[in-house]
Design a protein around this ligand. Structure first.
Ligand code: G3I
Length: 305
């Protein structure tokens, strides 16, 4: 198949991209987006600060432009994200305790209800664990409302949109030997054993010098899948260039293809100049929209599944 989306579909998987709403008026950008991908994630427009800028005053215009772009073309949408310590609106940043817990659950309920039936998978909770060797939860205003805040968010999302897949999403959880990976694994195992409604785990997969791709990535994906959840690569980008970068993209794709419950891959942007990284060339298309070696290795890997 000649495109990423069609090549991934051969094995029942999707291939997505993070979309910045402001880029939808850039014809060179949308030409690539519309040709290659069949799932989108809003890069910022569905986050808490964007959708609830004042408490209980919800704004969905910018998010809807991205969602409608996708649904009008028969694509699917990954929702990102309902509960997160970052990109909280000012009113939420100042809250603590039971009022914050209620506000968070209200946010989850209202946003997931608004988009009910339109979302393939929600990143219900994003980045709730510490980096480093402790395996602890990240200290945040949400965490300080009580250790059960994550499962409370999943239960609220499940009530609001019972058909969306509900994911926990994080970074630095790719390397099976890392404490953070094991801590998330233990949480998911606990949730599955107690019937907390979790369906999937998102591996952001921002690979760089500090967090390099490791060949145990496949072990990580298959170990989580064995708990009874889907796994998705949700924010893939890989620092570097040329054949080294292309080989890493190939390895990542092959690792997903080797795990039957790894059902989709999303890259975090379209062209290198669309990337959140201020420097570097981590994506599949260069700034002129040309296909890079990493594109070719990714497409070839998908086609040889
Ligand atoms: O929209 C404002 C604009 O009004 C203002 O003038 C400008 C000045 O700084 O900021 C603009 O907001 C920026 C926003 O992107 C939209 O461009 C924020 O400053 C900037 O911090 C924000 O960065 C985003 C970042 O998340 C914030 O946490 C990146 O675009 C986005 O790619 C990145 O995505 C995250 C995922 O959500 C979670 N995983 C990690 C990933 C990469 O950091």
């Amino acid at each position: 198949e000649p495109t990423l989306g069609a090549a991934a579909a051969q094995s029942g998987r999707y291939f997505g991209a993070a979309v910045a709403g402001g880029r939808l008026s850039d014809g060179a950008y949308t030409t690539i987006l519309n040709r290659e991908f069949n799932v989108v994630t809003a890069e910022n427009e569905m986050k808490i600060d964007a959708t609830e800028p004042q408490q209980n005053n919800f704004t969905f215009g910018n998010a809807d432009r991205i969602v409608n772009h996708a649904l009008n073309r028969g694509w699917k949408v990954r929702g990102h994200t309902l509960a997160w310590h970052s990109q909280q609106p000012g009113w939420m940043q100042g809250m603590e305790g039971s009022s914050l817990r209620s506000a968070m659950l209200n946010h989850v309920t209202r946003v997931a209800t608004y988009y009910r039936g339109k979302i393939l998978a929600w990143d219900v909770v994003n980045e709730a664990f510490d980096d480093g060797n402790s395996g602890a939860r990240r200290n945040s205003n949400l965490q300080r409302t009580g250790n059960d805040w994550i499962e409370a968010a999943f239960r609220a999302a499940d009530s609001a949109d019972p058909n969306a897949k509900l994911c926990y999403n994080d970074y630095n959880t790719d390397n099976w030997t890392w404490a953070k990976t094991q801590a998330v694994y233990n949480m998911v195992r606990d949730f599955k054993s107690r019937g907390v409604p979790i369906d999937c785990v998102g591996f952001q997969s921002h690979f760089n010098a500090n967090s390099p791709y490791n060949s145990n990535y496949r072990t990580t994906l298959s170990s989580f899948a064995a708990l009874g959840v889907d796994v998705q690569i949700t924010e893939l980008d890989i620092e570097g260039s040329g054949s080294t970068q292309a080989n890493t993209y190939r390895n990542v794709v092959n690792d997903c293809l080797a795990v039957s419950r790894c059902n989709g891959i999303t890259v975090w942007g379209v062209r290198d100049c669309d990337s959140w990284r201020s420097s570097g060339t981590p994506l599949l298309f260069d700034c002129n929209g040309n296909k890079k070696a990493a594109y070719t290795s990714t497409l070839d890997a998908l086609n040889s599944a």
